[in-house]
Design a protein around this ligand. Sequence first.
Ligand code: SF4
Length: 322
Amino acid sequence: TEVLISIHEARLHYAVGGAFAAMRGKSTVVKAVDGVTFDIRRSESVGLLGESGCGKTSMGRLLLKLEDTTDGTIHFDGEELTKIQRKRLKEFRTRAQLIFQNPFDAVNPRFTIRQTLSEPLENAGIKRSEREARIIAALELVRLPEPAQFLDRYPHQLSGGQLQRVVMARALILQPEFVVADEPVSMLDVSVRAGVLNVFRDVRDRLGLTAIYISHDLALVRYVCERTIVMYLGRIMEDGPTEDIVHQPLHPYTKALVAAVPVPNPDQSHDPLPIGRGAPDPRNPPSGCVFRDRCPQAFERCAAEVPQPRPVGTRSVACHLF
Ligand code: SF4
């Protein structure tokens, strides 16, 4: 299938410490995304997996042009995102949508559900007379039962699961081709997560959406995505079919993530975090391989040289062992 998005050596570097620190030459550069290359094909579902601070959310923001790359390129349907013309930008904003992590942060608490869903339609110039039908259709798409009864309610009158469906409906109402879902169920009660994920999968398949699913949870990514990209400190460690990654992880970091997924059999003992606690500090990454200080298999070359992604069977792995 055709490539929809092509990311080449993308970087997002920014200075932290504020203007005062910068004046004194004391600011630090955070490399949130640091030389990332991959393609996303049309209708593909890709999981971006990693701990907090690994750059997955920054990567999502770059793909939606909520942030511009400081270096490298991202092409969406052939168009480079940093060079996109102002009038084409509006079109891009309807073609690519974000589904937020916390539904209660994603909506205006003073807007009814009708107002919440009218806003994007209004911005896109959809006639007032057509809006109500589009709103109902979008709420039916995300399987909110009896949608009409929700229209005059306010966000606080909905449960988390219901509101996340509204947020999804808002992201889908302009019929985008591409969605980035950033930990869309992490703030929801465990009991309603599966329902929301099923809706997400179902809608994606029915509309043929291209989707990026951002999560720290391998089990969720496995449930939703055919392909997984493992990130660590702004770089891609491993990229390949999800089932291959789950059954036979190759990169030492992926191995640790797979080992950390709780096993159904409680008799089987498991070290929950074989690589030690604490997410890495993106302000101070080690030289060479960024995973070096937590890697049980690190050797001399790992400190001296940044491992480049290499094809290994069905996937790509960035580690000197391959
Ligand atoms: Fe470990 Fe070295 Fe591979 Fe990095 S390159 S993951 S430190 S073995």
